[in-house]
Design a protein. Structure first.
Length: 137
């Protein structure tokens, strides 16, 4: 009986570790901006984040090849590109719900910390791309 309960607990723990757990940063946008324009902006931002060596630099800065047990930083950059999302949505602020663009990473619960590091590092490039000075932390 104890083995059955212990095995069930272990299986449940593994199940919880592998549940999807996306991590994102909301960028509030002008509420008067039409939804179609927000979607277009999100697509453009994702395209700019995925072009060139930007994702390779992110992979090197965060040390993803080692953390994800991948042989090269190039493969880590491809994995970032696969998991990266930029989409429009809403964000809760002090003024209530406002439209926002969410920049983040899809991943499992067990990778939540690494996804947070990647998203934080990507935000440095997002601020540079949109041409706004990074707000204080």
């Amino acid at each position: 009986m104890a083995l059955l309960v212990g095995g069930g607990a272990l299986a449940y723990h593994q199940y919880k570790r592998n549940l999807p757990a996306p991590v994102w940063v909301p960028l509030p946008v002008n509420p008067q901006l039409p939804e179609a324009r927000r979607d277009e902006t999100a697509r453009e931002l994702r395209a700019k984040l995925c072009e060139g060596d930007l994702l390779l630099k992110v992979a090197r800065d965060v040390g993803l090849a080692k953390k994800w047990n991948l042989p090269t930083d190039e493969e880590a950059a491809r994995e970032i590109e696969r998991r990266l999302f930029v989409r429009s949505g809403d964000a809760d602020t002090a003024a209530g719900k406002v439209p926002a663009i969410h920049v983040g990473m899809n991943g499992a619960n067990k990778d939540r910390e690494v996804s947070g590091e990647i998203t934080t590092r990507l935000m440095d490039d997002v601020w540079r791309i949109i041409g706004i000075k990074r707000p204080p932390k």
